[in-house]
Design a protein around this ligand. Structure first.
Ligand code: PPS
Ligand code: ADP
Length: 286
């Protein structure tokens, strides 16, 4: 059953009466509309004592006594620090880039499992999967890939803000698009720490020949036969990250996963490489 209520700030004398116990009041800022009641958690910084008005006051008018926008803003509970503390980790994004078949999804899965086993919460955003939902309206033209990366970057940013380690695995072939994602994730999470960015780029540096040999979906074969146009690595470019050197500048974190001679590291070893990095950089503690 929905009761139509509006809430207003109490006067000082009403507050006094409340204190004497004549009526229980709420320590919440609530704006209530017909059939739509939205409750915020108890607020630690500022408290407004409020009580319901009669139903006849239900529809807010421009003259209603609501807290001002700035009051309301200041009442919102941001909680990023608290979430990170709760999870004992720092929200961040591990962005895995590389050719189709280079092992992005395999690493994402293995990494997520490894983090889980260490009690760390992660979530995988896989390009291939997102293209069935969030990004199903997008194809593979340059501007559509750009939009694909932008949207995924925005979602990843939200996960990072929620305190999770978001693992995004997309071909993301264009340097400019990856840089855009970098710029979306500045150091807001890490005011006190040495981090400059909350994003780590992982480059799956596997040779095209290997990816083509794997060809788990048969797409390279179709692309070679001209049945798929604009396939990355065949007739569409892949721009490798430039910042995967051993001495990575602080402001542009990136690591590279590659073959040792002809041997590809196992999924566990690849995940271990990333976890070691996250650990060293302090992401796995709050
Ligand atoms: N033209 C073309 N080029 C590249 N890839 C293609 C293409 N058409 C379909 N596919 C399949 O789509 C998957 C890549 O999706 P992404 O969202 O990661 O691509 S991108 O980042 O927007 O470039 C990719 O999945 P992965 O193999 O997991 O990378 C392919 O299976
Ligand atoms: N480190 C690895 N060693 C051996 N095979 C791998 C490795 N990583 C991935 N593969 C295999 O390569 C294929 C492509 O891997 P996948 O993770 O789907 O690549 P992507 O997501 O980049 O397209 C899969 O068949 C997978 O089992």
């Amino acid at each position: 059953m929905t009761e139509d209520l509006e809430w207003r700030v109490l006067s000082e004398s009403e507050k006094e009466r409340e204190r004497k116990g004549r009526r229980k009041s709420l320590l919440l800022c609530v704006s209530t509309f017909i059939h739509c009641h939205c409750f915020l958690p108890t607020l630690s910084t500022q408290q407004h004592t409020i009580k319901p008005l009669s139903p006849s006051h239900a529809i807010p008018t421009p003259h209603s006594k609501f807290p001002s926008d700035s009051d309301t803003q200041s009442l919102f509970f941001s909680g990023r620090a608290e979430r990170q503390k709760l999870l004992n980790q720092k929200g961040c994004v591990v962005w895995i880039t590389g050719l189709s078949g280079s092992g992005k999804s395999t690493l994402a899965c293995s990494l997520s499992r490894e983090l889980y086993s260490r009690g760390k919460l992660s979530y995988v955003l896989d390009g291939d999967n997102l293209r069935h939902g969030l990004n199903k309206d997008l194809g593979f033209k340059a501007e559509e890939r750009t939009e694909n990366i932008r949207r995924t970057g925005e979602v990843a940013k939200l996960f990072a803000d929620a305190g999770l380690i978001c693992v995004a695995s997309l071909i993301s072939p264009y340097r400019r698009d990856r840089d855009t994602c970098r710029s979306m994730l500045p150091d807001a999470n890490f005011i006190e720490a040495r981090h400059h960015e909350a994003i780590l780029i992982v480059f799956m540096n596997m040779p095209l020949e290997l990816c083509e040999l794997r060809d788990p979906k048969g797409l390279y074969k179709l692309a070679r036969a001209g049945k798929i146009k604009g396939f990355t690595g065949i007739d569409d470019p892949y721009e490798p990250p430039l910042n995967c050197e051993v001495h990575v500048p602080e402001a542009s974190k990136a690591i590279e996963i590659k073959q040792d001679g002809d041997v590809c590291p196992t999924p566990t070893v690849m995940a271990g490489q990333v976890v070691t990095y996250l650990e060293k950089e302090g992401f796995l503690e709050h």
